[in-house]
Design a protein around this ligand. Sequence first.
Ligand code: ZN
Ligand code: ZN
Length: 153
Amino acid sequence: MLLQWGGMGTAPPNRMQTGLRNQLLGSFRDRGVRCTAQRYAILDHLNRYPSHPTAEEIHKAINRADPRASLATVYKALHAMAEAGLIRELRLRGNATRFEAAFSRHHHFVCDHCGTMEDIDWFELPGLPTKSSRARKVTSYEVVLHGQCRACS
Ligand SMILES: [Zn+2]
Ligand SMILES: [Zn+2]
């Protein structure tokens, strides 16, 4: 049966929000990570702003809504969540570590001029030539493309 909402002026419950909340809570459960209010706020923020923020930026953003999280707590939470594979830590030479929700597999493009990091749709790499893989077992990879972003070029 289809649910029907009242006429004009009756706002339907925000089903998108509830759905998103359940999804986020579900990903904590799936990964076996304890979900605290702060951890939830972090994942929610990373999901809303896929701009690869630094820990400081995340700290600032979630403190606008809930000014109780110290930077140290945020670091600890980020570490625990990255460890569990809920979020990804992106370390690039010469740059502060950035974070993103680990919901989709993708590569990255980094602008060497302004430092922005953009997502690039996933593509498979051809297999490593046997000569270079030797006895190494490759379990994952991620390509980081460098150059100038649209705004800078
Ligand atoms: Zn740029
Ligand atoms: Zn990304």
